[in-house]
Design a protein around this ligand. Structure first.
Ligand code: SAH
Length: 222
């Protein structure tokens, strides 16, 4: 490799480290307080999860296309959801529904004991696999399946995080949450809000939070 090319690559590396540090500052300014969450967001190179043509925008606080009409989630929303789930506790064994390109699974892997990430689109799952391979995260498992059904084989879960919106809470996900466990999901269709669900010994509690915008949760696999 000639010296010009090498210094150019080093330059990209520097830029992404600096822009990632700026992303963390913006998350802090936006109200993310949990240092565990900020450290996890700082540890994952988001540019490695988008197409090369979008890499220069990877640390903007916005969702970006990843193909097949799907998106990589907005960093602030990823941080906010994980912070709500982790408040006062560990994430433990975690189920992610809607792995997409694998970004959020990589962030969760920094904090959770185990991450099971389910994706219904085989083509995206392949991308997620390739992206995650580079990061060598032994505690993440990717599965092809309809996450509306949860993941019976690995249930129950301490934490469930859903990255696609639905009008109601899928029953299987409620069933696969441990007592004392938490789930967060975007509820609604045209208008959506984050909903935090906690399983208590006597039943479930539900808290409605921020307005959000997610792609829809869809049945079946492709
Ligand atoms: N977690 C991703 C966000 C991906 S967007 C990130 O880190 O950026 C949401 C994903 O949910 C899409 O890839 C979509 O295909 C997937 N999805 C939608 N319905 C699903 C279902 N029933 N089961 C599993 N995945 C689903």
């Amino acid at each position: 490799m000639d010296r010009g090319v090498r210094s150019e690559l080093a330059g990209i590396g520097m830029t992404s480290q600096r822009t990632r540090a700026r992303m963390i500052e913006r998350l802090r300014e936006g109200g993310i307080r949990d240092e565990r969450v900020l450290a996890a967001m700082a540890a994952v190179p988001r540019h490695a999860f988008v197409e090369a043509a979008l890499a220069s925008r990877a640390y903007e606080d916005t969702a970006l296309p990843i193909g097949l009409k799907q998106t990589i989630s907005q960093p602030f929303v990823v941080a906010r959801m994980i912070e709500l789930l982790a408040a006062g506790r560990e994430l433990g064994k975690t189920l992610e529904v809607g792995a997409g390109c694998g970004y959020q699974a990589a962030v969760l892997a920094q904090m959770a004991r185990e991450v099971y990430a389910v994706e219904r689109l085989a083509q995206l799952l392949d991308k997620a696999r390739a992206n995650l391979r580079q990061l060598r995260l032994p505690n993440v498992r990717l599965k092809h399946g309809d996450g509306r059904l949860g993941l019976e084989k690995a249930a129950p879960f301490d934490t469930i995080i859903v990255a696609a919106a639905s009008p109601g809470v899928p029953q299987a996900l409620l069933d696969q949450l441990v007592v004392g466990g938490r789930m967060i999901l975007p509820l609604g269709a045209a208008e959506q809000a984050l909903c935090l669900i906690e399983r208590k010994p006597g039943g479930f509690s539900e808290t409605r939070l921020d307005a959000v915008r997610f792609v829809p949760l869809v049945s079946g696999v492709e």
